[in-house]
Design a protein around this ligand. Sequence first.
Ligand code: AMP
Length: 220
Amino acid sequence: MFIVMLGVPGAGKGTQAQRLEERLGLRQVSTGDIFRENLRNQTPLGQLAKSYMDKGELVPDDVTIQMVEERLSRPDCARGAILDGFPRTLAQAAALDQMLSGKGQKVALVPLISVTDDEVMARLTGRRVCRRCQSVFHLLFNRPPPDGECPQGDKSQCDIYQRGDDQPETVRNRLFVYYKQTSPLIGYYFAHGLLAEINGAQEIDRVTSDLWDVLSRIQA
Ligand code: AMP
């Protein structure tokens, strides 16, 4: 089962995708995380992505599509995946459909997590991420573990940081880019009967439970 998480940056796609990963036993594939990992390892892909990410712009489609195609071809995605941050353009959505149809599969559901722009600004400036396990926290709503223990349970300590692109100016540009390039996907997936809008301005657990309800309906 392939699930595409849709919503503005900071809507909570990553947090909810992590929860679905645990519950469904499907891999979360986050293009933003893959780019950041390449950046840390100073690969050519990371260096190319950095110039776009720093400005809040999208990495070019051809590079992103090739990267996702390679990722989805690995055995841990054979049963499906939870796509978080991909597709972000109509060209990427069409490429995803093509990739999956090549394997006799297709997108099963597109949850759209809705929150207002003001909410996103507040969330992203308080967002903190663990470099090690990629868990997402918030200084007010979902504080990093006080003892530093990593929620993945492998006894390591979290390494918390603030993403450079969570600075207010860059967040504003990321929102602009979302409305210009990614929001047309709402119409695309609606037309395919796959869209399920979820109120993302609720407690994290409520959002998860709404998501779970929608999933149970398609699994039934
Ligand atoms: P995210 O962590 O999903 O907010 O992504 C961080 C940044 O990575 C974005 O602002 C883009 O620069 C880049 N990125 C992530 N996913 C994509 C994508 N599907 N297409 C192009 N660029 C992407």
